[in-house]
Design a binder for this molecule. Sequence first.
Ligand code: AHR
Length: 492
Amino acid sequence: MIMHRIVVHTKDKRSRINRNIYGNFSEHLGRCIYNGVYVGEDSDIPNINGMRTDVVEALRYIRLPVLRWPGGCFADEYHWKDGIGPKASRKKMVNTHWGGVVEDNSFGTHEFLELCRQIGCAPYINGNLGSGTVQEMSEWMEYMTFDGISPMASLRAQNGHPAPWRVQYFGVGNENWGCGGNMRPSYYADLYRRYQTYVRNYGENRVFRIACGPNADDYNWTETVMQIAGAYMDGLSLHYYTVPGDWNQKGSATEFDEETYYRTLKRASYMEELVTKHAQIMDRYDPAHKVGLVVDEWGTWYDVEPGTNPGFLYQQNTMRDAMVAALTLNIFNAHSDRVVMANIAQLANVLQSVILTEGKKMVRTPTYYVFDLFKQHQDAVLLGTFAETTEIGVQAEKLPNLSVSASEDASGNVHITVANLSATEACATEISLIGRVFQTASGRVLAGKMDDYNDFDTPEAVSIRPLTDVLLENGVVRCTLPACSVAEITVC
Ligand code: AHR
C-alpha cells in the first residue's frame, strides 16, 4: 500500500465556506416534486401538509441550506399564478419540457415555501424571463414578500397566508442561452437589467439577484454578461454536468468499467478549470468580489434507468457518484472566495439525487452520505492544505488519487474531507496538522466498490461507518483510506 502525506495549515485561514455550497435543486421534472417530496395531504404516505416526512427528515439531517425551484427549463415556462389558490381550480397544463405529462399545479408557491419551512432551508426561486413578463416576475416577489396593503399582498392573504415570507435568492431566468429563450449574451444581459429592476426589496427582505450565467466553458457569455450587467447582480450562475459518454449515449448509471469510472471522475474534475476561468473573468469586472458564482446545476447525467420514461431523467446512484460529489464539493470549498452557492441536480429521483423514492419506500444514495460527511464545512473557515498524490486511472483518463479540503468550524474543531478516488487501492495516509496542538481525532467513512449502490430492497448496502484506525500522535493523524472511499476526519 502506498503512503500519502496531507498537510493542513491551521493558521492559513482563507475564505468562509458559504453553507449554500451544499444546496440542492428541485424541478417539476419526472418524480422530483411529485412523489419525491410532495405526495399531497390525503396520501397514505406519512406527510405533513403534503410533504413526505421521511424525505424532510433526511434533508434536515444533512442540514440542507438552500433549495432552488421550480426549474431548470421548467422555470421559463412557469407562470406562478397557475399554482396558487384552491387546488381544484388550479390550471392543468402540459409539462412540455419533461415528458409531456399533465402538471396539475398542486405544488406551487405556498407549497414550496412550506417545504422550505419544514426542512429549515432558504428558498431560491427561479423566475421566468424566457416566456414571462416583467410584471409577472415583479408581482411574484410582491406576492411572496410584501408586508402591507397591495394587490399581491391581499391575494396572498386571500389564499391563506397573510404574513409575508422571506425570499432572499431569486434567479432572473434559467439557461437563457438554451431552453430559456435561445438568447445571445448581450440580448440576455439587457433583458436581465430590465427584469431585475422590478424584482423589489420589500420591508426587511433583501433580494440576492442571480443572473443566468454560462453553459460550462462558454467564457464569452460570462465576459459579455459581466460587462453589460455585472453591476446589477449579486450572483452569476454556472451549469456543468458530468457525462461519461456523449449526449446521445451518456452511459449507464450502474454498469460501467474502470475506464469509464476514471473518465467520469476526470470529467467531473473539469469543474476546477471552469470555476477558475470564469472567476478570472469575473475578477476583471468585479475585483471586489461583490458578485458570487452560483453553480446552481451540477452533477452526473447518465442514460435513464431502463424501462423508465426518458423525459423523467431517473438514474441510480453508485459509489462513483459519491466520488464525483466529494471531488466537486472539495473544489467548491477551495474556491469559496468566489463560489457562494451550488445546487446539485436534483433533490429526488432526477439525475444525481440524494434521495430516491418508490411509493412508501425511500433510499439515501451514496451522494446523500457525502453531503452528510461534508456538512461540518458549512460556514466554516477554509484552511490551507497540501496533499502528496499519485496519478491514477487508465490511458488518457488520469487524475490525482486524493481530493482534500479542510476547515475550522465555529468551535475551533477542524474537519478534513478526503476522497480516495482509486477504484482498487487503499491508501495509508498521514495528516500533519501544522500550527496547533490537538487532543483527539476521529473519522467516518463511506466506502464500497465503484458500482455499489443502495436500492429499495437493500437501502443500506452503502452507508457511513466509523473509520476505526484513526490515530493522533505528535500532531500527525494516521489512518487508512479504503479504495473508492470518502472520509471525514475531525480533530479537536
Ligand atoms: O436538470 C435538468 C435540466 O438541465 C434543467 O432543467 C436545465 O436547466 C438543464 O439543462
